[in-house]
Design a protein around this ligand. Structure first.
Ligand code: ADP
Length: 531
């Protein structure tokens, strides 16, 4: 067989040739809708490649992006991927010192920034000596303190179309993604041509996106390549709708319906918001959505039940990490499960599913001994495969990589059918009197209570048991519930010693840069609450 390299440009060229007419829609910062096609986008991608050349950014060099999900971000993804340059997607929610660290660490030479995000990056710019070029996306005649900033459209305007894509090594990096860095500096992962190609092909088949779909990725392009969805959509020739900066539940429902979106993906907090919006606006509904992929943190069972009962949509729970390029498993309802009643299906949907084809997973105990896949034994999840990181980029912290496996830091069970159930992140595990309590099980059950909008459970110091669970709960507007009532609601579902010692009502649960519950903030603030 031909030893043909696995390159993104191969997928891209076919898509432009076959699906040139396919639309790409994008919400602009000024709220207008921008419409283009795969073919027109190709012209702009080729101008952008010439522009990068004119800026002196060579193959193997790094281009930073600081933007929402837009058609311009899409162009940057492909201009870099097709030419062996590296796209470093900067998370717009990083703290300034993290931003400074990741830009300097990745050695970004240019940064492309959305006009409405200028205030976030301008104060950091003086700390980024390696960045020679600033390009502002959107707006015209914009005032900025960024040195020598040019407008994206001006940069592209007079550029010639680049020709054939250059030779690229399939093992060379095409994207840098950094973890949000819960402790210490963020860690970088280099997605290669090969890893992203493999991820794209495998996810294409498994998630079932096709040319009749219209994808709207809510998951940001600055976080783990929007779960690789822009690559998948181009590969299968799906229409793509980019929501820009408007991620409000009302905005999401509007653009879903206006653009006839069929396929979307995001973290649970997004779909919790949409659920609340639909509950508050009973005359509105999701008119065209068929597939919702949800992951990034545990998807509450109550949320999935609500969508199934009220919208007919069975949310597909996915699991992954920045280190897994990023999707590694999805909770597929197998053929033989299709006739099951809802509650039984929810037992499956509540897992993070089965590994993507091509990946191997195992669970091990503290001593490193492999545990049985019996749905009972739980241990740390280890993973290996062609799109699993083998190292952190230019970093001394390499403890996660052991004998060809990556330790995920997630604790789970695997049942005899291969379905993986995450019980906790290792660092969130609650150990009470030496026994583990699953905070995710408690949270999931709490969020099934009709008065509960959001809930999270953390372990805090306890004089007798070392640690005990405390629940932090946000009530739905107009609803009421006492702590005793919520604990009584949990009682039939969990062991009695799992029941939280206290329920604390708060206005909002702190969130991380990627929209996940930020447990470490709550733990730090309330660690002595039971002493
Ligand atoms: P960050 O640490 O920046 O949030 P990641 O997106 O890489 O970065 O987070 C990966 C982690 O998110 C996983 O290790 C896991 O703990 C959690 N996670 C992802 N998907 C799920 C899911 N479906 N259920 C539970 N946890 C999840």
């Amino acid at each position: 067989m031909m030893d043909h390299p696995l390159l993104l440009s191969t997928l891209y060229d076919r898509a432009v040739g076959v699906f040139g007419h396919r639309e790409i829609v994008s919400l602009e910062a000024d709220k207008t809708i921008h419409r283009t096609t795969f073919a027109e986008t190709d012209t702009r991608v080729r101008r952008l490649v010439s522009a990068l050349e004119s800026l002196g950014i060579a193959q193997g060099e790094v281009v930073g992006t600081f933007g929402w999900n837009t058609h311009r971000h899409h162009e940057l993804y492909w201009a870099t991927a097709n030419t062996g340059r590296i796209c470093h997607t900067l998370n717009i929610r990083l703290f300034p010192e993290q931003l400074e660290y990741v830009v300097n660490h990745a050695q970004d030479r240019a940064i492309f920034v959305d006009v409405d995000l200028l205030p976030l990056i301008e104060p950091v710019a003086p700390l980024l000596p390696g960045v020679e070029h600033w390009i502002v996306m959107g707006g015209t005649g914009v005032e900025t303190t960024l040195p020598n900033a040019v407008n994206y459209e001006d940069l592209l305007a007079d550029q010639p179309l680049s020709g054939r894509w250059p030779e690229v090594d399939e093992r060379s990096p095409m994207m840098f993604c950094y973890t949000s860095g819960t402790t210490g500096h963020p860690k970088g992962v280099a997605y290669t041509q090969r890893s992203t190609y493999m991820h794209t092909i495998t996810n294409t088949g498994t998630l079932g996106m096709s040319q009749s779909d219209n994808l709207l990725p809510i998951v940001p392009m600055f976080h783990a390549a929007a779960w690789g969805l822009p690559f998948i959509a181009v590969t299968v020739g799906a229409k793509i709708t980019y929501p820009g900066h408007d991620l409000s539940p009302a905005g999401i429902v509007r653009i879903f319906n206006d653009e006839k979106v069929t396929f979307s993906a995001g973290v649970p907090t997004v779909f919790l918001g949409v659920q609340q919006y639909l509950m508050d606006h009973p005359d509105e509904r999701l008119e065209t959505i068929e597939t919702l992929v949800c992951g990034g943190s545990a998807v509450p069972r109550g949320l999935m039940k609500w969508y199934a009962e009220n919208t007919g949509i069975y949310i597909a729970q996915a699991w992954g990490m920045t280190e897994t390029n990023p999707v590694a498993s999805v909770a597929l309802i197998r053929d033989d499960m299709q006739d099951w009643e809802l509650e039984r299906k929810l037992d499956v949907m509540e897992t993070v599913g089965i590994p993507m084809p091509g990946l191997r997973m195992k669970i091990v105990d503290d001593a490193g001994t492999e545990l049985p896949h019996d749905g009972v034994a739980f241990g740390e999840l280890f993973i290996q495969g062609p799109w699993i990181a083998a190292e952190y980029y230019r970093d001394e912290r390499q403890d996660s990589f052991v004998d060809g496996w990556m330790a995920t830091g997630d604790v789970c069970t695997i049942d005899p059918d291969g379905y993986i159930k995450i019980t906790d992140r290792a660092k969130d595990v609650i150990k009470s009197g030496g026994e583990w309590i699953s905070s995710l099980d408690l949270e999931n059950t709490l969020m099934a209570h009709p008065a509960v909008a959001e809930a999270t459970v953390v372990g805090v110091k306890h004089a007798k048991w070392q640690e005990r669970p405390v629940a932090f709960v946000v009530l739905r507007a107009g609803h009421d519930a006492s702590g005793e009532e919520l604990v009584a609601f949990l009682e039939p579902h969990v062991a009695s010693w799992w029941l939280p010692d206290r329920v604390v009502f708060i206005d909002a649960i702190p969130k991380t840069g990627t929209g996940k519950f930020d447990k470490k903030v709550l733990r730090a603030e309330h660690e002595n609450i039971l002493l």
